[in-house]
Design a protein. Structure first.
Length: 134
């Protein structure tokens, strides 16, 4: 299922795709030229953005939070490149949910090779609105 929503942020950087449910949620995207640095590999900023979204979307699905999860902190370790054309996917593990915060980590691979390890702290924000008016 595609998460793109037209001209919002996901629509601009995506499309992003999601499959699975519960603890086995996977987010993914195909590396396009616009995601790349001058040497043809996915820019670290795009991979960091993807890690940030993977953590929040994954935590929401895994823990059925249905809440905005603004990022408090994000750390990314870049382990190997994600070249142009590669399929990038990320899986989230929620480590702990407190009254106000979510602690999570994710692993991101490019064509099956581990590319990024990320951890983050997310704030439990407002519940998602029932209707979005456009």
């Amino acid at each position: 299922m595609s998460l793109s929503r037209g001209d919002d942020f996901i629509g601009v950087i995506g499309p992003l795709y999601i499959r699975g449910s519960g603890a086995d949620v996977v987010l993914g995207f195909r590396v396009e030229r616009r995601h790349c640095n001058p040497v043809g590999i996915c820019h670290g900023g795009m991979l960091s953005t993807f890690a940030d979204m993977t953590l929040a979307i994954g935590a929401n699905h895994i823990k059925r939070l249905a809440r905005f999860l603004p990022t408090v902190s994000l750390a990314c370790d870049f382990l190997s490149p994600a070249p142009l054309g590669s399929w990038v996917e990320g899986r989230t593990e929620v480590l702990r949910v407190t009254r106000n915060l979510v602690f999570a980590q994710c692993l991101i691979s490019a064509d099956g090779a581990l590319s990024v390890r990320s951890s983050g702290v997310l704030k439990l924000g407002q519940p998602f609105p029932l209707k979005v008016h456009r």
